[in-house]
Design a protein around this ligand. Sequence first.
Ligand SMILES: Cc1ncc(COP(=O)(O)O)c(C=O)c1O
Length: 426
Amino acid sequence: MTLDVCKRLDAQDPLAALRDLFILPEGVIYLDGNSLGVLPKAAPARIAEVVAKEWGEGLIRSWNSASWIDLPQRLGDKVARLIGAAPGEVVCTDGTSVNLYKVLFAALSQMKAGGRRVMISERSNFPTDLYIAESLCRERGFTLKLIDADELPAALTDEVAVLMLTHVNYRTGAMHDMKALTAAAHAAGALTVWDLAHSAGAVPVALNDSEADFAIGCGYKYLNGGPGAPAFVWVHARHASRFEQPLSGWFGHAAPFEFSPHYRPAPGVARYLCGTQPILALSALECGLDTVLAAEPFDGNRGSMAALRDKSLALTDAFIALVEERCPGRFTLVTPREHARRGSQVCLALSDKGPGAYAIVQALIARGVIGDFRAGDAQMPDILRFGLTPLYLGFEDVWNAVEHLVQVLEREEWKRPEFNQKLAVT
Ligand SMILES: Cc1ncc(COP(=O)(O)O)c(C=O)c1O
């Protein structure tokens, strides 16, 4: 892998022109689209239009005339194309943690009658998922058991009501086999809840084909919806009109403008809406979704996300190969090498297990190479995390990012005091 090879790969890349859909600051190599996606070029003008025209001129009429009322469903249909769901099965609304609360509550309520009292999840799941599950289990009389990934199938006993997993692990980039784990959970009589925060817009997802039960995911990562963008909820059609969620606000009512004093849930996934929707944020999210859907014409008949996945794997392969070749012995690869088990990020730990992971990331950021750091604990090492987003990254970017990493290490830049001061957000 040389710079020339990288340049040739970029010249042959069918997705290369999609970078023009984004505003990327000059001199920045952005390897953090797994945390906050890049600003779509269309977003500033669209938001200005929604503010000036739809809000400024249309005022309250825009709920009808600009179809604000349909935004959660319209955007949900766009998300559905990326996650193997059907139109009408997804809504975009609220935040990831809040949506997780709703679907976990619905799943636990359903299972309570059967006497099952355990929810299982992965020990290294994202903390908000574990915190939400922990408080809900306490409130509803369940026990949350945390298991290591390789012990999950064996942990699916007849006590288990719900298996809650994040499809692609935020810290390692390891991807679960959704279909196999869902089948194992169902065989054990449990329901599945999937967090797609690091999957939607990053890897192909096949919710209906996997027979999954519930899924939620993030709008501001690979979907480029902007900081704190609304999240999404999917519920399998066999459950959508059966289960109720706890935040029974009027937007999830069957007829909100009847103003009835009693709650009657809307049919289908619309019941997972709660209150008045954030129209400006949804409008920005739509611009982000359109950037991901712009890759669809390159998929041919191979299924959604095929072209983005090809490039994502090629970029992560190139990054891994270059780090191993040019920084020999310095890093241990935490992300699985096997394509079927890898998301769209590469995570490294320091081989000598010494300090410095945070400072190396900070020194890279000072050079314009933006990745991030995730602190370890007694069981897990500190992680240098690099998200590789095929919509706006090329192979030359990967080469340059690794060149900066080599220089940060050779010149021991990371030892400088300013790179060793922990900021509030890492
Ligand atoms: C797997 C996962 N779930 C949830 C979240 C965040 O949830 P929220 O959008 O509610 O902050 C993250 C954030 O990085 C995440 O990685």
